[in-house]
Design a protein around this ligand. Structure first.
Ligand SMILES: Cc1ncc(COP(=O)(O)O)c(C=O)c1O
Length: 405
């Protein structure tokens, strides 16, 4: 059988994710992995979840085990709209679409907005999973460099102008403004307002992807970009993956009603509806007041992990390593000046039984060669220091080898 003849043009251009292949190498339990974006499994509220499951089955069994509407179950949409209102987002349940993970949300956004050849704007660096979701729609990326305050909005405006001059109107700007994946940085309010102004002026959609803002270890909460949106241009995404369980595959989007209607149609053919049982479980967890308590526990668990990682960078990495201390989230982003290619170094690190994700994976312009993303949430406190020590040795060796050449 000639499979190649049968595959669609789109499938023929699909490439296996190199990162997935690399991550397979990290499955060995002897490897200390800073690679994945995994929550710490000891944070999962397993005992409490048992009771919540029983309560849901008793109270809502017939609905919870049935198909549900594509938009999601009304009680959960209501709870999420109420939580959003506390952050200054003007939303009712009609503005909420439940998705099977934010990853599905990103794919739905691609389906609804993107034609082959369209241009979208992303950060340099940005979340790899979003790049993969949008790549499937055969788009062009325009990258905007980040600094310690996230996407540089002056450069954003310049880029939009430059594209407009060439007759290109980008469809949307994708950003992760709080505890960015991978760079860990936070965009201040002034920049958030500016993003909305630019979107209004140049007629763009803004996709605000926000899995991490609740995981703040210190400093004041900054309102989401969506809260400054006065024209219904911002689509806000968040997820239960990092604050409760990624296994739930449960997330949500908040947008204007016309957009929610289109996005719902976009999602319909993907899964009919998101797992109904899990929607009831999550809502019960919120209504009992358990979610906020749980988030506080995660914060207390992750803060010392972040501290150990930062201290280890000082202790074991070259003294000129640049790594801004993240005030929340799950990632540190380290850049090592000098002749280091973190992609090339990866197999050396695996030999030393430690893993990370190399910087280039997060760039659409080939940048990031001497950076790496280090996850601190997954490993135990003891293994973080040991893993960083191993990584420090690998870097030292690489730099010596380069100096000798
Ligand atoms: C920025 C960002 N967006 C989306 C996702 C996907 O989240 P979910 O598990 O809800 O699909 C992740 C997961 O790591 C992420 O970091």
């Amino acid at each position: 059988m000639n499979l190649e003849r049968l595959f669609s043009g789109r499938t023929k251009t699909m490439r296996p994710s190199e990162i997935r292949e690399l991550l397979k190498l990290t499955q060995n339990p002897e490897i200390i992995s800073f690679a994945g974006g995994l929550p710490n499994p000891s944070s999962f509220p397993i005992d409490e979840m048992q009771n919540v499951c029983i309560d849901v089955l008793k109270k809502h069994g017939k609905l919870a085990l049935q198909y549900g509407p594509t938009e999601g179950m009304r009680p959960l949409r209501n709870s999420l709209a109420n939580r959003a209102k506390k952050e200054g987002i003007d939303a009712s349940s009609d503005n909420v679409l439940i998705t099977s993970g934010s990853q599905q949300g990103l794919d739905v956004l691609g389906r609804v907005f993107l034609d082959p050849g369209d241009t979208i704007i992303v950060g340099l660096p940005t979340y790899l999973g979003a790049l993969n979701a949008f790549r499937a729609y055969e788009v062009n990326f325009a990258g905007i460099p980040l600094d310690k305050d996230g996407m540089q909005v002056d450069l954003l405006e310049e880029k939009v102008k430059e594209l407009n001059k060439k007759g290109v109107t980008p469809k949307f700007i994708y950003l992760v403004p709080t505890f960015q994946n991978p760079a860990g940085v936070v965009m201040p309010e002034s920049r958030r307002r500016r993003v909305v102004d630019i979107a209004n002026e140049y007629d763009l959609i803004v996709i605000e992807d926000d899995p991490y803002s609740k995981l703040r270890f210190e400093g004041d909460h900054i309102k989401p970009i969506k809260s400054f949106d006065d024209e219904g241009r911002v689509i806000y995404l968040s997820t239960f993956s990092k604050i409760l369980s990624p296994g739930f595959r449960l997330a949500w989007m908040i947008a204007s009603e016309p957009l929610i209607r289109k996005l719902t149609i976009g999602k319909q053919a993907l899964d009919l509806c998101t797992n109904t049982f899990v929607q009831f479980i999550a809502n019960e967890f919120i209504e009992k007041g358990s979610l906020d308590l749980h988030i506080m526990k995660i914060i207390e668990m992750y803060r010392p992990k972040r501290d150990i990682m930062m201290e280890s960078i000082k202790k074991y990495f070259p003294s000129d390593t640049v790594c801004h201390k993240p005030k929340g989230g799950m990632f540190a982003w380290a850049t090592i000046p000098g002749p280091i290619d973190t992609e090339e170094m990866f197999l050396d690190a695996i030999k030393e039984k430690v893993a990370y994700i190399h910087g280039k994976a997060f760039y659409v312009d080939g940048g990031g060669a001497n950076s790496m993303r280090l996850n601190f949430s997954y490993s135990s406190n003891q293994t973080i220091e040991e893993g960083m020590k191993r990584l420090g040795k690998v870097i030292e060796r690489k730099l010596k080898e380069a100096a000798a050449q």
